[in-house]
Design a protein around this ligand. Structure first.
Ligand code: FRU
Length: 491
């Protein structure tokens, strides 16, 4: 493969590699370092980018600032896997070296055409007064590892501000389509649609969805990271709107990520859709992206973080890194709702089963014999009983409670800084099962086979995996616990 990189790009990559080396011991020494989740080798990771199954390999790129645990001029870091369990950190894919991306190779997507991989991403440019410019750029590769930058292919349409980014590209009936997250000149979050026959010349079709469009009220000042795909007969639009006000239990994080179910008419450039549903009910979830694999699965990975939400309070920044990805989840549409389940392959993480029995609990806490290791999976099935509430706690760092009277599911966690708790809640008609992935400093709960999901970072559970159950009014369930293998991420 020819090396198309400019000197500046090579230099930036070298500097990033050097900082990885420089901090590797400090990073490794962090007890909060996760064991089976994707993290940055150093610095800050945010959005998953360029998710693609290409030539037998899954590629997951990521927004990465190697030089600080803050946001900045982003690189595209790169992980690959063939089984969605064992990952390899690859050489950097993109560094922000050229004029059209000098302040960051921002988020984007990947497609395959004639055996080549094309990355579409946002070139972020700022001048000395912080004025923004945005270019939607392309980089091409014939192996999926080294990329030739082709520069901008889409410039900013007049009807948007420079908050215009995160191109997601797909193919349908021989034509290419692109959605881009946008802000109208009136300050409304929108999604712009483009089409192309050759991936180079793109035609702008206007906005297909957004705040005050298609029956929505005011719905945010910026929509980031759109992803539009067909699933089980519907067209799903995933998007991360900014500027929604909290509404009861809804929209409690600083920024949201969710989806619409609808019908896209590419020819008319219209998208009719229903209401917005949050994808994840936890504290830490944003900017997810999906890919289709060779088995026809629609797989989603999200960033287990939210921009600007207490990022400076994460204890990991003392160890020179911050944030991680969620586990890969398979999407399915059931009765108009997206269900998310951890991909089957994750069962390969199961090392030894430390428990498999029927448990009866009442209002007194039942403390399980302590489980070895910080990486565990719990499967709680066949939940029965006349309980008014059902709870499971992990040390004193986090607790899940289902209130059967109010039909509410709640996750509580200890705040990062203070010793108090914060909570997130969603409606849930009944609690039938729970699948929980606990890692050193994260938790993901899948309720009722993926009907609802809670993702959160939790600190303070590394040495304290004491798990306890209680059910006010009495409850029974079948419980399986596995210790999970670590070091599934190779360099
Ligand atoms: C979402 C986001 C994107 C942008 C990227 C920059 O978290 O703000 O809109 O492309 O992060 O890192």
């Amino acid at each position: 493969m020819m090396d198309f990189r400019t000197d500046r790009e090579k230099q930036l990559m070298k500097e990033a590699e050097a900082v990885v080396q420089r901090h590797s011991q400090v990073v490794k020494a962090d007890p909060n370092r996760l064991t089976y989740h994707l993290m940055p080798p150093v610095g800050l990771l945010n959005d998953p980018n360029g998710l693609i199954y290409y030539k037998g390999v899954y590629h997951v790129f990521f927004q990465w600032n190697p030089f600080a645990t803050e946001h900045g001029a982003k690189f595209w870091g790169h992980y690959t896997t063939t089984d969605l369990v064992t990952w390899k950190l690859e050489p950097i894919a993109l560094a922000p070296s050229e004029w059209f991306e000098k302040n960051g190779c921002y988020s984007g997507s990947a497609i395959e055409k004639d055996g080549e991989m094309f990355l579409f991403y946002t070139g972020n440019v700022k001048d000395e007064n912080n004025n923004r410019e945005t270019f939607q750029c392309v980089a091409v590769s014939n192996d999926g590892f080294s990329f030739q930058k082709k520069g901008p292919v889409v410039t900013l349409p007049e009807c948007y501000t420079a908050h215009f980014r995160d191109p997601k590209v797909w193919e349908k009936n021989g034509k290419w389509y692109m959605v881009v997250g946008a802000q109208s000149l009136h300050g409304e979050g929108e999604v712009a649609l483009f089409s192309s026959l050759d991936l180079e010349n793109w035609k702008f079709h206007g906005s297909i969805a957004g705040s005050k469009m298609n029956g929505l009220d005011e719905f945010g000042y910026m929509w980031e990271c759109p992803d539009l795909f067909s699933l089980d007969g519907a067209d799903v639009l995933i998007v991360s709107p900014q500027g929604l006000n909290a509404d009861g239990f809804l929209y409690n994080n600083l920024y949201q990520s969710g989806y619409f179910i609808g019908k896209l008419d590419e020819i008319e450039a219209t998208y009719e859709h229903g209401s917005f549903t949050e994808l994840d009910r936890g504290f830490d979830f944003y900017a997810p992206q999906t890919m289709l694999d060779d088995e026809g699965r629609r797989i989603l990975i999200g960033w287990m973080g939210v921009p600007e939400e207490n990022e400076e309070d994460h204890p990991t920044i003392q160890h020179q890194w911050i944030h991680c990805m969620t586990l890969p989840r398979k999407l399915e549409l059931k009765e108009g709702k997206l269900y998310q389940t951890p991909v089957e392959e994750l069962k390969k993480l199961r090392k030894e089963q430390s428990l498999n029995e029927k448990i009866e609990v009442c209002s007194d806490k039942v403390q399980l014999p302590s489980v070895k290791g910080a990486a565990i999976e719990l499967v709680i099935q066949d939940i029965q009983g006349e309980f008014e509430s059902f709870e499971i706690s992990f040390g004193d760092a986090c607790r899940f409670v289902y209130d059967a009277n109010e039909r509410l599911a709640t996750l509580e966690r200890k705040r990062f800084k203070e010793d108090s708790f914060e909570s997130r809640t969603c409606k849930l008609d009944s609690l039938e099962s729970l699948q929980i992935y606990k890692d050193t400093s994260s938790i993901e709960l899948f309720l009722n086979e993926g009907q609802e999901v809670f993702s959160a970072r939790v600190f303070g559970t590394v040495d304290d995996q004491s798990i306890a159950f209680a059910a006010d009014g009495g409850g029974r369930f079948k419980l399986s616990i596995w210790c999970l293998s670590s070091s599934t991420i190779k360099r």
